[in-house]
Structure formats: structure tokens, C-alpha cells
Design a protein around this ligand. Structure first.
Ligand code: SME
Length: 151
């Protein structure tokens, strides 16, 4: 049950003794370690005024894709569409950037600050077609709470 993690998310985010990046790192680790179908969890944020995303805190295997131009891959498309993107089968996507051959599915949910799309949370799964409406709602919750500490 994803919703059981909500209080823990709030506790991590309210740890003001830690930097924002350290708190986001702890969120990534919590989700990656406790949710079996979350194998890679990371935040991307808009890189200044550039039309590109830059990788922030993440948990899972290191990725080469630390910079993603707007429009490229699932992440780059979400930077422009402002919509959740659920990919049940990454092989069926033309505009997809592969990070690992073990990944079967992906979900990307945009993160809004004062109505502006400033980044996203990106989850890779080694399980085929694992994401439901519950994941979308949970990740929207996470991003709203994160926006509250970014100010
Ligand atoms: N698969 C993503 C790239 C980021 S990695 O999954 C960490 C995409 O297509 O945008």
C-alpha cells in the first residue's frame, strides 16, 4: 500500500536539519527500497533557463543521462506536455532513452511549483506493466509535498 508511506514522506521532508537535496535523496532511497516495483527512482529538474533537464537526487544504478533535452525521451516529453506519462512497455516507445536493459516500464510525473513545471519524478521498473492509478496519485502527492519545501 503506497499510501502507508505518506507520513514517512512528510517526516523526511520536514527534516530541516538536512539540505533539500539530502531530503530528496532520502525520499528516493525510501521509495526504491520499500516499493518492490520501483527499481530506479530519481528527480530531474529544469537546468536554469535552458531547455533541458538535469538529474538531481536518485536511488538505483548510476545513469549516463544526467542531462536530457526537452522533447527527448519520456522525461523530455513530460517537460513539455505537463502530463503524467505511464509507459507499460518501454519497447513500444519510439522516443525513449534506455538507461538499463533490465528496465521494462517507466512512469514520469511532473513537479509543479506555483503552477510551473519545474521538474519531475522518474521511476523505472524491471517488472512489466506494474503502474496503476495508485502510483500516479501517490507520486503526485510526493511532488506536491516536495514543492512545498522548495518554495
Ligand atoms: N528513460 C528515460 C531516461 C531517464 S532514465 O530512465 C534514468 C527517458 O526515456 O526519458
Amino acid at each position: 500500500m503506497l499510501n502507508k508511506l505518506r507520513p514517512e514522506i512528510n517526516i523526511i521532508l520536514s527534516s530541516t536539519d538536512l539540505s533539500v537535496d539530502d531530503r530528496l535523496q532520502n525520499i528516493c532511497s525510501l521509495l526504491q527500497e520499500t516499493i518492490t516495483h520501483y527499481d530506479w527512482v530519481g528527480f530531474y529538474f529544469r537546468n536554469g533557463d535552458k531547455e533541458e533537464l538535469k538529474l538531481g537526487p536518485y536511488a538505483g544504478e548510476p545513469t549516463d543521462h544526467t542531462i536530457i533535452p526537452f522533447g527527448k525521451g519520456i522525461c523530455g516529453q513530460v517537460a513539455m506536455s505537463n502530463q503524467n506519462f505511464v509507459v507499460p512497455d518501454v519497447k513500444a516507445q519510439d522516443n525513449y532513452i534506455a538507461c538499463s536493459i533490465t528496465v521494462k516500464a517507466e512512469i514520469v510525473v511532473p513537479l509543479f511549483l506555483n503552477g510551473e513545471n519545474i521538474g519531475q519524478i522518474d521511476i523505472d521498473s524491471n517488472t512489466p506493466d506494474p503502474f496503476t492509478e495508485e502510483d500516479e496519485q501517490f507520486l503526485e502527492f510526493v511532488n506536491k509535498e516536495v514543492a512545498n519545501i522548495i518554495i
